[in-house]
Design a protein around this ligand. Structure first.
Ligand code: 3PG
Length: 306
């Protein structure tokens, strides 16, 4: 019998936790819970007896691996696993997985909602603009990008997308125009939505040179990661051009500058909200639990990323 610890600083919904617990308890394994923990020490204490760990954006680094001497697997209940030190985990022979696609619709709906919200000027009573007929450029055409394209096309938007390893035929079947570069997307789209992971070559990739290409009134939407946008460059272009807008499902590092200078040209919630729905909590959490159970019971390593 293995102990599976669900440790989330940003808690899943009550129902999701109950359902994850039930999945574990219906197997031959033990369930342990640590929610809303305030400091890392709580995580280090809780992980001591765990054989497996389920996390969200929680930092899983060498300290956690050293404290969790029995850890054999960590599943990031979500898509991006930049919060996990993959190299250190691999050295410790800990299997790392994610649950791709499970929270994708939640993120896409949040992304679309923010696009609508900014186009209607925060519903502040003044005149906004419509999305129909506008051009949306998607950078990173994975699970979230595809949902975003579907919803936006339903609103009559013209969608193009950039993908590192493109499949132009599949994109055209989705009614999406393939684009060859970030530059082309920025030059031609009214709204640019980011759906790329935070990895070495995407850190700060959205820089001044790209941002200057946005057409008049252009909006950048970031539900990917803070690190993929060069925040100083974003501030610079928003200072130089008062037509540019920015929405994100997490606070910029220099939020005070945004609050002071850009008033109704930006929006971001206090906590990362993209995946925060009942459905995404249930889907990603249960997928994570099942992946761990299958790993222990059948040696299944589908979704292993290291
Ligand atoms: C993800 O990578 O899956 C999303 O960014 C969601 O992150 P969260 O689980 O911390 O909300």
């Amino acid at each position: 019998m293995s102990t599976i610890l669900l440790a989330t600083e940003k808690a899943f919904s009550k129902d999701a936790v109950e359902r994850i617990k039930k999945v574990v308890e219906n197997s031959s394994h033990r369930f342990q819970l640590l929610e809303n923990y305030a400091n890392k020490k709580d995580l280090l204490d809780a992980v001591k007896n765990a054989d497996a760990l389920i996390v969200r954006s929680d930092i899983a680094d060498i300290e956690v691996f050293d404290a969790g001497k029995n850890l054999k697997i960590i599943v990031r209940a979500g898509a991006g696993y930049d919060n996990i030190d993959i190299k250190a985990a691999t050295e410790k022979n800990i299997c790392i997985m994610n649950t791709p696609g499970q929270n994708a619709n939640a993120v896409a709906e949040c992304c679309f909602g923010m696009m609508l919200y900014i186009s209607r000027k925060h519903f502040d009573g003044s005149t906004g603009t419509e999305l129909r007929g506008k051009k949306l450029g998607i950078i990173g055409y994975g699970n979230i990008g595809r949902f975003m394209a579907q919803i936006s096309k339903g609103f009559g938007m013209d969608v193009s997308a950039y993908k590192r390893n493109p499949d132009p035929v599949a994109m055209r079947i989705d009614g999406v125009s393939p684009s060859g570069s970030f530059e082309e997307i920025f030059e031609t789209c009214d709204y640019v939505s980011l759906h790329i992971p935070a990895v070495a070559d995407t850190m700060g990739a959205i820089n001044y040179s790209l941002l200057t290409r946005l057409p008049v009134g252009g909006t950048l939407i970031n539900t990917a990661r803070l690190e993929v946008v060069n925040e100083d460059d974003l501030i610079k272009i928003m200072e130089e051009r008062n037509d540019i807008k920015y929405v994100s499902d997490f606070m910029p590092k220099k939020a005070d500058i945004f609050k002071e200078k850009f008033t109704n040209r930006w929006f971001a919630p206090a906590k990362k909200m993209g995946a925060q729905t009942e459905e995404a909590n249930v889907n990603a959490g249960i997928a994570a639990a099942r992946q761990i159970i299958n790993f222990f019971d059948k040696g299944d390593t589908t979704f292993k990323v290291n």
